[in-house]
Design a protein around this ligand. Structure first.
Ligand code: NAI
Ligand code: MG
Length: 360
């Protein structure tokens, strides 16, 4: 049977950018004889409108079965006043939690044609290609005890940074596996100088590294890592870090490369019976209500998320390279959606025209 993809377009520009990915999936079937069983369902506000919940149980079950899930975006002003338990974001959180997607991959890649777009000097970012692996299901966002408690005559807010060896180990393995397919370097970032969880993190990562003798491991304190990311980001290949530091470092790395409309992501879990990891691919951006329905959305983040699916879920690395090269070519040719235009006087293409250009 063909590998299966569950598409969850979601809300706002989600369906708009997903339409372009569908064109590309169609192209692979037609021109490369690579076909997928694609099914589509609702998530976020769209699911709430129909089912009264942001992710129906039936959709959750389909996601568990699929070889890969591709998600657009969720949320929007229409849903801002909903009860917390049915907010669109809860649909996404449920997917991540029940699929146990513990490893979040955020590439920061600078296309030459967009190097001027970076917040940094061109020579610092031109040719940049790094990958941040963020542990996604544990750490200080989940550790107990947590809460706001009375303490004497005032209150205290408490969160707990907590990592088990096995949680660190599985995140580390996914970083080393990735490094084997890339530049064979892992830099692990924590704060072992002031945090016990950091000491354990460093110890476990070092132990895992012994299974990957070809990969060069280094360690860096996360605060220095933030500085180095902005000073000389090209020194890195794969950066491995925890949930909190990864949240911050990946947003920082994202801005090395320009527009939110360009950034893909993958969240991976344990291997399924067929050996493929459970996987959810999604652009980093949200539902962009300010441009919804205007044909202005940049589909590239979603297209590159599909390229990640080709590479990490379907072992089609060469096809992923082909798709990324198409994106690079289109950008080099000067094709730009509105978010990629720095100067007035050049007319932007629409979402659909960008998709067509990539297919062409
Ligand atoms: P956002 O990412 O939707 O938009 C931020 C800005 O970037 C906007 O000006 C938007 O027009 C622009 N932008 C985003 N994606 C773009 C694209 N592909 N092409 C061109 N321009 C693009 O973040 P915002 O405005 O904070 O949130 C809007 C809604 O999206 C909220 O309901 C929020 O909760 C939700 N959201 C959902 C996420 C998800 O589904 N993973 C992630 C972030 C926010
Ligand atoms: Mg963040």
């Amino acid at each position: 049977p063909n590998p299966s993809i569950l598409i969850l377009p979601g809300d706002g520009i989600g369906p708009e950018v997903m339409t372009e990915v569908r064109k590309i999936i169609g192209w692979f079937g037609e021109k490369r004889d690579i076909s997928f069983d694609v099914s589509e369902d609702l998530v976020g506000g769209a699911a709430y409108d129909k089912h009264g919940v942001p992710l129906a149980d039936e959709t959750m079950a389909k996601a568990q079965e699929a070889d890969a899930v591709l998600l657009g975006a969720v949320g929007g002003p229409k849903y801002d006043d909903l009860d917390f338990s049915v907010k669109p974001e809860r649909g996404l959180l449920r997917l991540r939690k029940e699929m146990d997607l513990y490893s979040n991959l955020r590439p920061a890649q600078c296309f030459d044609a967009l190097a001027d777009f970076s917040s940094l000097k061109k020579d610092i970012v031109a040719g940049l290609d790094i990958m941040i692996v963020r542990e996604l299901t544990s750490g200080v966002y989940f550790g107990e005890p947590r809460g706001i408690f009375e303490e004497g005559n005032e209150r205290v807010g408490i969160n707990t940074q907590r990592y088990t060896e096995s949680e660190i180990e599985r995140a580390a393995r996914s970083a080393f596996e990735l490094a084997m397919r890339r530049g064979k370097k892992v830099c692990s970032m924590e704060k072992a100088n002031v945090m016990e969880s950091g000491i354990l993190w460093r110890e476990v990562v070092t132990r895992v590294a012994a299974d990957y003798p070809e990969v060069e491991l280094s360690h860096m304190y996360a605060d220095n890592g933030a500085m180095q990311l902005v000073r000389a980001p090209k020194q890195f290949d794969v950066i491995l870090t925890d949930n909190l530091f990864g949240d911050i470092l990946s947003d920082c790395a994202a801005m090395l490369t320009g527009s939110l409309g360009m950034l893909p992501s993958a969240s991976l879990g344990a291997p399924m019976e067929n050996g493929r990891p459970k996987a959810l691919y999604e652009p980093v951006h949200g539902s962009a209500p300010d441009i919804t329905g205007q044909g202005k959305a940049n589909p590239i983040a979603c297209v590159l998320s599909f390229a990640m699916a080709l590479r990490y879920s379907f072992d089609l690395g060469a096809e992923a390279d082909r798709l990324e090269a198409a994106v690079e070519k289109v950008l080099a040719d000067g094709v730009r959606t509105a978010d990629l235009l720095a100067s007035e006087g050049v007319s932007p293409v629409s979402t659909s025209e960008m998709g067509d250009a990539i297919v062409a």
